[in-house]
Design a protein around this ligand. Structure first.
Ligand code: PRX
Length: 632
């Protein structure tokens, strides 16, 4: 592929060209793919509306590029290597030819079940190959997939299904994760009670557990695909037709369905995958994320497959059956490029070094990290213990909204600095804005991170709510996309992401909206009002501290804590459970009634020496009470 940097000079040259002649730069990359009709214009954009279109008028199908295009040249190469949860179970090796055949067969199944172009299909599955097959089969026929992470509760699933009016859901009887089995179909059944748009539910048999079956609605995967042929003409899509919806937490309780489209997303994910990781023919690449998150969409499925890579999928967790599972799998499959999250690195860093040393990690060439800022200590451990000091670390900064990498080193080419995402990818024009909304010019500055120019894989809208898309990302700093993150640009122009500046908390790499958790806790009959803030946590990066004001003093605080945890688990999902719950008799408020989260954040951080001016509060006395209280 063109424009892949092979030296730092190359990178600088590509970067300059991508800024000076963006259309020519992206056109050259677009030309590497298979299009049914070439685009009329490379780019139309207006950030004020906002409206962004890439490869305008182009026609294609992304699966033709991820599958068919490779059949002649690498049909027998593994597209997917699947490592099951239980190391005793056989891995699956699926070649491009086999994957093509499975996707076509399932695409025909979807059609037979009444799914057509533009229909929304929810996917709620464990990390098994059929998840990838489902995603690609939707794309094959132009159906819009909405994958919901299989750790979300039935309520969260129901809200996401209804927001997109999904017509079908694809799930499994259950899913394995470490020593736990989750009854996915039971959760789906509970959600579907309130999902009138769902007509069919396809169920993959994974655990073999007992499940309920609703006649006329539910059907087994194996029975559904039986007799379906494995040839399916791809639906011809417009560049800007929707490819998928993926929900992410926002500042209000309602998750945002980020909409990604076909053409630009394909070009950008494939290009950044090849460039940042410096993937070489024959490499085994392993991204440990779940397909339920954007990392799995862009860098397990679409980017690697569009680039013709071998991508590993892992069903399990890093801690089971032992804390050396990652290293065992790297050794077993001779992984060359390994991509994970800081929270996993921090958890593994605490373990006995022998757990690493007993495995042969010599196949590793490149290490990657994503999802939250990586602290220097974890960076060094990853670099020294796992990479043995010879593997570059690509700290990739990006978001569900951006579809692909924004700021990241190019492996082995960009000189790295611990905890810095380093420099923008070609085509990305960052701007650091100060509190007054003015752009900071030059280096050695700090502020809010915006992007000034469109890039091909950016989200186009929030499903069903373009106004919210505008208000959230394009109104704070006119004519710029606002990321919601703070950052520092150092003297050398390197970027260090300092974290969210809005009401999103990143816990163990998962985005959680404070409002979402507050709303869940507020549903308890004895809870009057809640404020949730994040505080630094050794392993998870951040954890959740909930300040809860009750109508009546709880009879037994521990019981109420348990009830609240269960409630959050049920409404949002287990990942959102607060680490600490503190009962208070009021929350600090401004005279206009707004909760002063700044103060609560400082208290949760243990930073109580510097609470700032509390005298303007409506109820300053509450601060002393909260300071004297217990959080468990
Ligand atoms: O705060 C940034 C953080 O994760 C947020 C995006 O989360 P999500 O949409 O779930 O996507 C995660 C996977 C791309 C960002 O706004 N973040 C992501 N990567 C990094 C990061 N913070 C610092 N360094 C990173 N490499």
């Amino acid at each position: 592929m063109k424009n892949i940097s092979r030296s730092f000079e190359d990178y600088l040259k590509s970067y300059r060209r991508s800024i000076e002649q963006p259309e020519a730069f992206w056109e050259e990359l677009g030309a590497e793919f298979r299009w049914r009709k070439k685009w009329d214009r490379v780019l139309d954009w207006d950030f004020m509306k906002p409206e962004v279109k890439w490869f305008v008028g182009g026609k294609l199908n992304i699966t033709e590029n991820c599958l068919d295009r490779h059949l002649e040249t690498r049909g027998d190469q593994n597209a997917i290597i699947w490592e099951p949860n239980d190391p005793g179970e056989e891995p699956a090796y699926i070649t491009y030819r086999e994957l093509h055949s499975k996707v076509c067969q399932f695409a025909n199944t979807l059609k037979e079940q009444g799914i057509k172009k533009g229909d929304r299909v929810c996917i709620y599955m464990p990390m098994v190959p059929e998840l990838t097959v489902s995603v690609l089969a939707c794309a094959r026929i132009g159906a819009i997939h909405s994958v919901v992470f299989a750790g979300f509760s039935s309520r969260s699933l129901m809200e996401r299904i209804n927001d997109a009016s999904c017509k079908m859901i694809i799930t499994a009887d259950g899913g394995y994760r470490g020593d736990k089995i989750t009854g996915l179909k039971d959760i789906v059944d509970e959600a579907l009670v309130d999902c009138p748009s769902i007509e069919k539910c396809i169920v993959l048999k994974r655990t073999g557990q007992q499940i309920e079956f609703v006649e006329g609605r539910d059907l087994w995967w194996d029975e559904a695909i039986e007799g379906k042929i494995d040839i399916c003409e791809p639906e011809i899509m417009d560049s800007e037709d929707m490819l998928f919806i993926l929900y992410t937490s926002g500042s209000t309780g309602k998750p945002k369905g980020m909409v990604h489209t076909c053409g630009g997303y394909m070009v950008y994910t494939a290009y950044t995958f090849l460039n940042a990781f410096q993937y070489k023919e024959g490499d085994i690449y392993w991204c440990t994320a779940d397909v339920g998150w954007i990392t799995g969409h862009s860098y397990i499925i679409y980017g690697p497959l569009a680039a013709g890579a071998t991508s590993m999928m892992f069903e399990g967790v890093p801690s089971w059956p032992g804390m050396d599972r990652f290293w065992e799998v790297v050794d077993k499959h001779r992984v060359n490029i390994f991509y994970t999250a800081p929270t996993a690195i921090r958890a593994l860093e605490k373990c006995d070094p022998a757990l690493v040393e007993r495995h042969d990690l010599s196949s590793l060439r490149v290490l990657g990290t994503v999802g939250e800022p990586i602290n220097e200590e974890a960076w060094h451990w990853y670099h020294d213990m796992i990479g043995k000091g010879r593997c570059p670390i690509v700290d990739t900064y990006w978001q569900t909204e951006t579809g692909g990498f924004m700021i990241s080193p190019i492996a082995g080419i960009t000189p790295t600095k611990p905890a810095f995402a380093t420099l923008p990818m070609p085509g990305i024009v960052p701007a650091v804005m100060n509190e007054d909304g003015k752009e900071e010019i030059g280096n050695g500055v700090e502020g809010r991170l915006c992007i000034k120019f469109p890039w091909p894989s950016m989200a186009r809208t929030i499903y069903g709510d373009h106004q919210r898309f505008h208000d959230t990302y394009f109104s704070g700093f006119p004519n710029k996309y606002f990321t919601g993150d703070g950052c520092r640009r150092d003297e050398e122009g390197y970027y260090r992401i300092t974290g969210r500046v809005d009401d999103v908390i990143i816990v163990a790499g998962h985005n959680l909206g404070t409002a979402e958790i507050e709303n869940a806790i507020d549903e308890h009959e004895n809870v009057c009002e809640t404020a949730v803030v994040g505080y630094p946590h050794d392993i998870k990066g951040n954890a959740v501290h909930a300040f809860v004001n009750c109508f009546h003093p709880p009879k037994d605080e521990d019981d109420l804590r348990q009830e609240i945890l269960t409630l959050v688990s049920r409404i949002v999902g287990p990942i959102a459970k607060p680490e600490r719950i503190q009962f208070v008799s009021g929350l600090p408020k401004t005279r206009s009634g707004k909760i002063m989260r700044r103060i609560l954040r400082k208290i949760a951080e243990g930073n109580t020496g510097d609470l700032g001016d509390t005298s303007t509060l409506l109820n300053p006395e509450i601060v002393d009470e909260i300071l004297g209280g217990n959080a468990l």
